[in-house]
Design a protein around this ligand. Structure first.
Ligand code: ADP
Ligand code: MG
Ligand code: MG
Length: 899
């Protein structure tokens, strides 16, 4: 018989797959001896069975009953007993933390009789009825499917009638009335009475919480976070403890360090006289955790001790939920906490300093995406003036956008490409789509641990919360701050690092991390910002460990110089097409339109010195490092004027009975002759070189002469020549002969030996499939994964991305665009095959990648695993690739240690 239920005393943090994060960590806290209300966990496996078959596993009810009996014995109370009943919480909790995305039901076990038992103790009446109305509300909406807004409306109505500012002002009689109203709502909308049998309540709650795995918010969140859909959630059943007993009780959340900046210390929010979910929901304003020191010093000191204990045990930032019931502290949850990018770098360095983790582990705690975020610009604080509002800096970064007041509006506007900022009193999980669509989230309530803050941080979105000078009026679609009325659609700037809100679009300046790279990435001085020192240290660690080299894609001396400052070890892709644009267009046109060999040679001869100068500049900027120069790739008609424009011009002349310009007529004829239905699959790449005489020779001569020039003045040029879009080795062989001939000519003429390795791009499936043969004529391979993805999937990127990729993502055909992250299964398989066959044919074959994937963290890990020598990406992504290449090496080492 499969075991589906584990007591908290039986689990531990190594069991997250089975018990989910929440269950495993509750068990871990029990193991550490922390005060956790007793309970047990129904496994993710049970949920998987339920989701797959629609029925809970056969033996589940029995196993739950057994564990419940044990829990009742331990608590000395029974579920549903008439006096002082045991109450339960039924809590979701999956393998990966999905904060607030699934359901939890509290106070299970209350009914018309046991509420009286609970209320019998003097001073507990209000509490008892408050708990009962919460149960009917949560159970009614989550289990029985009544629209939650109906309960909220009824509650709001009663508060208005009573003139109550918040729900603590409602008295026992009000709450008794509210329970009736809620029960009526349930009956009216479901045709069923609120169930009175506690065991039925429990069983239905377990199934409803399991089903919340497939709720809309949970699905959206999983897609965003790339969490697989088939894991399922565990369900934790736990004795309730009560923070809503009165002023000696309360609930809170805490972090072992500041999750926004990484600074050490205790951070959190506390809400006296409240049940846990009130804290994050922002229903009332919380107080900073420090105030608990005055309110209840004993609990505060205990809590500090537990936080320390947890941080050294988990060796990482932890966040926790706790409740104080009449002066007794209970721990309700812990997990390794989400944090901003800045905090991730800071905490990793600090913990390494404290020797809690090794330097290598520190590297495992940061990500390339995080580093990229730290390179984003900030607002220029000297230019923005006084903010109109101040709040808590909950998730750093700078965002400018139009104010919107609800999720639907945010989604609607963002779909048209508008940048928006979602402004709410507080956010709830229902705001998730709007938060995804927005540049930033701004709330008037809630602390660093509010829903808005936690979710925004997880997404790397800018967030300022608890801006209490801000009055949000959703109905009027405006907010007021310092007397200024800001209506929907107005541009504002939100500074998530300082917690400031400005009217209008504030000017941006480079981040400190960006400045560090721009100035060469050397050892930061003592005055450097801490974040710069942390980045430097972790990048150094990555550079020491990584096996992949990192090069850059750069086409100009300026880009090459920047790439070098950012740590590139050469150029993996120097495109030559932009060199054919601008005022050189005329020469290119002349070459294309040439009526004779002589005319063409004249045009090419005019281009030669210009190209040579380009290459001299780039080789100088990358002196001593390899520069892979790709021969011309795009179809030639891209260099001619637009076909429609020309045709219209000619037609206009003709309509007026005039003679069109002779040049226009010639051009139009050429454009028409060269027109292609599918230029991506047409006359381009090596094909051009083979049919346009003299083109390859001119480009190679320019490279070779640039090399000679650089050598003459003592430089160390390392040009490599790369042939694009090769399908068959024969194409490469023909071009190669031509390249070698020109190199030899220039060597002979100058008396300086020019040796350039000659290689090819692997960017067509046929090239990958015949890589063994191609390697016989190529000294290096460079995977052009953009074209390889297009041609493997049969996607024309420009056509498909906008047309149907979002539908494909929705339908789960892929989790992420294959143009963003390499498709390991398909394209990746071709890469691996080509590496194996290429190296078999030529063991010293140098292999790299120069598609945009070279700067994508996940893809970098794949290229590491596939055994490539280098990745090449845009200069700005070079630090990201360095960091991720270091992490990939580290993960590989860790995996082999495990074996
Ligand atoms: P989430 O995953 O959304 O945080 P939780 O399962 O942690 O959901 O529960 C929601 C709220 O209910 C939390 O604030 C938590 O503190 C509170 N809660 C859960 N279990 C108990 C319990 N046994 N006693 C008191 N409060 C609880
Ligand atoms: Mg929780
Ligand atoms: Mg290409």
């Amino acid at each position: 018989m499969v075991r589906y239920v584990y007591d908290f005393t039986e689990g531990g943090r190594e069991m997250t797959d089975l018990l989910g994060g929440k269950g495993a960590n509750l068990a871990e806290m029990v193991r550490m001896g922390l005060p956790v209300p007793p309970g047990f966990t129904v496994t993710t496996q049970a949920c998987q069975v339920y989701l797959a078959t629609g029925e809970p596993p056969e033996d589940l009810a029995h196993q739950v009953a057994e564990h419940l009996a044990a829990l009742e014995r331990e608590a000395g109370r029974r579920l549903g007993q008439v006096d002082d009943p045991l109450l339960l919480s039924v809590r979701s909790g999956a393998r990966f933390s999905m904060p607030g995305m699934m359901e939890t039901i509290l106070d299970i076990g209350l009914n018309d009789l046991s509420v009286l038992g609970l209320a019998r103790t003097p001073g507990r009446e209000r509490f008892a009825w408050d708990s009962y109305r919460r149960l009917v509300q949560m159970f009614g909406s989550t289990v029985m499917g009544v629209d939650g807004a109906l309960f909220e409306d009824a509650l709001a109505l009663l508060k208005r009638e009573r003139g109550a500012a918040d729900d603590t002002r409602l008295d026992t009689c009000d709450l008794i009335r509210l329970v009736d109203v809620f029960k009526d709502l349930v009956l009216e909308h479901t045709g069923e009475e609120f169930p009175q049998d506690p065991v039925e309540q429990l069983e239905r709650a377990v199934l409803a919480v399991s089903s919340s795995w497939n709720g809309e918010r949970a699905r959206i969140y999983r897609r965003r976070e790339h969490i697989p859909d088939d894991l399922g959630t565990a369900v934790n059943i736990q004795a309730m403890v009560f923070g809503n007993y009165g002023s000696d009780s309360g609930s809170g959340v805490a972090f072992t360090r500041d999750p926004a900046t990484g600074s050490p210390g205790v951070y959190g929010d506390y809400l006296p006289n409240a049940q846990g979910e009130d804290v994050v929901a922002g229903i009332r304003n919380t107080v900073p955790l420090q105030e608990l020191e005055q309110l209840d010093p004993v609990s505060y000191n205990k809590l500090r001790g537990y936080l320390q204990q947890l941080e050294s045990h988990y060796r990482d930032l932890c966040d926790i939920e706790f409740t104080i019931e009449r002066g007794k502290l209970w721990m309700l949850q812990t997990r390794v906490g989400k944090r901003s990018a800045q905090a991730a770098f800071s905490i990793a360095s600090q913990l390494a300093d404290e020797a809690l983790i090794t330097p290598a582990e520190a590297l495992g705690r940061v990500t390339g995406d995080g580093l990229a975020r730290l390179m984003f610009p900030r607002f220029d604080t000297t230019a923005v003036g006084e903010p109109i509002a101040h709040g808590i800096p909950a998730s750093p970064g700078a965002a400018v956008g139009a104010v919107v007041f609800d999720s639907a509006e945010a989604v609607r506007r963002a779909a048209t490409g508008e940048k928006v900022i979602l402004v709410r009193q507080e956010t709830t999980p229902d705001d998730l789509p709007g938060m995804v669509a927005a540049q930033a989230v701004l709330t008037s309530r809630g602390g660093k641990t509010s829903h808005a803050a936690v979710v925004a941080r997880g997404m790397g979105k800018v967030c300022v919360c608890g801006a209490d000078g801000l009055t949000v009026d959703v109905r009027e679609r405006q907010f007021t701050a310092q007397g200024v009325i800001v209506r929907e659609g107005t541009l504002i700037s939100v500074d998530g690092s300082l917690g400031a809100v400005h009217l209008g679009a504030a000017p941006l300046v480079d981040s400190a991390v960006m400045r560090y790279f721009e100035t060469g990435g050397g050892l930061p001085g003592p005055g450097a910002q801490p974040v710069v020192r942390d980045v430097h240290r972790l990048l150094e660690q990555a550079d020491t460990g990584r096996r992949l080299e990192v090069r850059a894609n750069a086409d100009t001396p300026e880009d090459a110089a920047r790439a070098r400052r950012f740590g590139a070890q050469g150029i993996g892709l120097c495109r030559t097409e932009h060199m054919f644009l601008g005022d050189r267009r005329g020469l290119v046109e002349a070459m294309i339109l040439a009526g004779s060999d002589a005319e063409r040679e004249k045009a090419l001869a005019a281009l030669l010195p210009l190209q040579r100068e380009d290459f001299i500049g780039i080789l100088a900027a990358m002196d001593g490092l390899p520069v892979t120069i790709r021969l011309l790739d795009p179809p030639l008609h891209e260099f001619l004027p637009d076909r429609t424009e020309l045709a219209v011009r000619v037609a206009e002349y003709e309509a007026l009975g005039k003679q069109p310009e002779a040049r226009d007529v010639t051009l139009l004829a050429a454009v028409n002759r060269m027109h292609e239905e599918n230029p991506m699959l047409g006359l381009r790449g090596v094909r051009l070189g083979l049919v346009v005489p003299g083109l390859v020779a001119m480009q190679v001569r320019a490279v070779a002469e640039a090399v000679v020039e650089r050598k003459r003045i003592g430089g160390d040029p390392r040009a490599e020549i790369m042939v694009p879009l090769v399908d068959a080795v024969e194409e490469l062989r023909l071009v190669r002969t031509e390249v070698e001939r020109v190199l030899a000519e220039v060597s002979d003429a100058s008396g300086i030996a020019v040796e350039c390795p000659i290689g090819t791009m692997i960017e067509l499936p046929r090239a990958a499939l015949t890589a063994g043969r191609i390697a016989q004529d190529a000294q290096f391979f460079s995977f052009g994964t953009n074209d390889l993805t297009q041609t493997t999937w049969g996607f024309s990127r420009d056509d498909v991305e906008a047309a149907f990729f979002s539908a494909y993502l929705d339908k789960g055909i892929f989790q992420v665009s294959p143009f963003e992250t390499i498709d390991r299964e398909g394209v990746g398989r071709l890469v691996k095959m080509a590496v194996a066959e290429g190296r078999a044919a030529r063991p010293d074959l140098k292999i790299g990648v120069c598609g945009e994937h070279g700067g994508d963290p996940d893809s970098v890990h794949f290229f590491h695993d596939a055994g490539l020598d280098y990745v090449s990406c845009s200069p700005f992504r070079v630090p990201v690739a360095r960091l991720e290449a270091g992490r990939a090496a580290l993960l590989e080492a860790a995996a082999s240690d495990d074996k």
